[in-house]
Design a protein around this ligand. Structure first.
Ligand code: COA
Length: 139
């Protein structure tokens, strides 16, 4: 029988496996994704940045975060070998439960234009599109 998949908070020791997973999933690192910054995020929002583990292997991730007003979802990823078994749904449900538990009532996420097809995945989970103009600045 295959190992059951457990979802748990990530630790700094998971970072190499997470990087490899994101690479396999086509999620490219941002300049903010240094080990130091990711370690700081794990400390800043304990219990929100999650990994899915099958045996000793990291097969999924979701980087939920909370800015004190809104929840955010980043880096949702399921290893290609583990797709199609609702692990993405499980990761999202766990992230939402944990955000709700700390007082979050709205969750936001962004989709890269070259990954627009994934909108269907999120719509099934109740996410709607909001026609905002997204602006940003590196400081
Ligand atoms: C998106 C992702 C996490 C989904 O993981 P998963 O565990 O395979 O998804 P699930 O098994 O929970 O899928 C549930 C449903 O969503 C659909 N779905 C899954 N991935 C999808 C995608 N990329 N685009 C559109 N629909 C998708 C499935 O077809 C399934 O639909 P159904 O209910 O009609 O059968 C996975 O495809 C992935 O890691 N993609 C690459 C990284 C990525 O794009 N992340 C999101 C960044 S915004």
């Amino acid at each position: 029988m295959p190992d059951p998949i457990a979802i748990r908070p990530v630790t700094v020791a998971d970072l190499p496996a997470l990087r490899a997973l994101w690479d396999r999933c086509g999620l490219h690192p941002s300049a903010s994704d240094t080990d130091q910054r990711l370690a700081a995020l794990i400390e800043f929002a304990p219990g929100l940045f999650l990994a899915a583990e099958c045996g000793a292997e990291v097969v999924g991730s979701v980087m939920a975060s909370w800015d004190g007003r809104r929840g955010w979802i980043n880096r949702l990823a399921v290893d290609p070998s583990a797709r199609g078994a609702r692990l993405g749904d499980r990761l999202m449900a766990e992230a939402e439960d944990r955000l709700r538990a700390i007082g979050c009532d709205k969750v936001n996420l962004l989709i890269e234009p070259d990954n627009a097809g994934v909108e269907r995945f999120y719509r099934r989970l109740g996410y709607d599109r909001d026609e905002l103009i997204f602006m940003e600045k590196w400081i």
